[in-house]
Ligand binder design. Sequence first.
Ligand code: MF3
Ligand code: CO
Ligand code: CO
Length: 319
Amino acid sequence: MFYNFKIIGKVVIYNYIRRYTTFNEYWKIPWKRKNFGRYSIVQPGLIKKEPSFPQHITVPSYYTTTLPDPSPAEPEIKTSEQINKMRRSCILARQILECVKSYVQVGRTTEELNELVWNLCIENNAYPSPLNYRGFPKSVCTSVNNVACHGIPDDRPLQDGDIINVDVTVYLNSHHGDCSETFLVGDVDSEGCRLVKTTQLCLNNAIANCRPGVEFSTIGFVVEETARQNGFTVVPAFTGHGIGSYFHGPPDIYHCYNDYPGKMASGMTFTIEPVLAQGSQEIVILEDGWTAVTLDNGRTAQFEHTVLITESGVEVLTI
Ligand code: MF3
Ligand code: CO
Ligand code: CO
């Protein structure tokens, strides 16, 4: 999920044409000029309009309105019935992500990955949650190299050396399941591999610390410590979120150092989804209103799980 006006997250809407001038200005400053490795800087391509969604599958209300229904005001404690529904949607999200993983290869366009997600959702009587969510035009987010988050599938073919995050969320039996991974395409340079590995480690370390009574802010501490130890930064603009019959709700899960109050309790379901960057943590939203790119063109990686807090600890639902 995106937005964070409470913390640092510097978010600027740039006109895509003007972005060049701005980037050139940025790169004139000698100490900001940095070589982050061997990869291509992504430019947004052509987006194909999605067909209308089949009528026999239950869609969330935002499919027609683009605006989600209000989520609860406080973190929700799920009943066992709700938890079972979460389990099913999370398992499906994982299965679809695994299918995409085996489909990722040089030459494949992100549009083709989107079509796979679309078809698999329909086959399983599920709805691809991103579609029309606050106006998002496609069924999955695909974020390549310097795209930090919310990349829109388009006609760009994957290139040897790319890293791509695929973020799959499905709406099944009126509940959302949300997970993402960053995949390596062909031969990725060593810094790219290290960035991806470290990001996955951040997520795993965060999960290892989850249990009833633990502060949510522990997640931010653990993720930022792990990132810094490996020479990477945390992008603060993207947070994890409570999830259920709503796509995004309380609690907000910050992945950077913070002292916001709030403790985990048995029955809560939320996501953890850190984005790590090679260089600057500053991001820019392009004029499509979604694509978040790094200001310094460095690469980012992201991993996401939906978790359930249990009496004895934590259960990863999207495993
Ligand atoms: N799946 C993303 C998340 O982890 C949200 C995507 S919102 C969309 O929160 F509209 F871009 F799909
Ligand atoms: Co999420
Ligand atoms: Co997600």
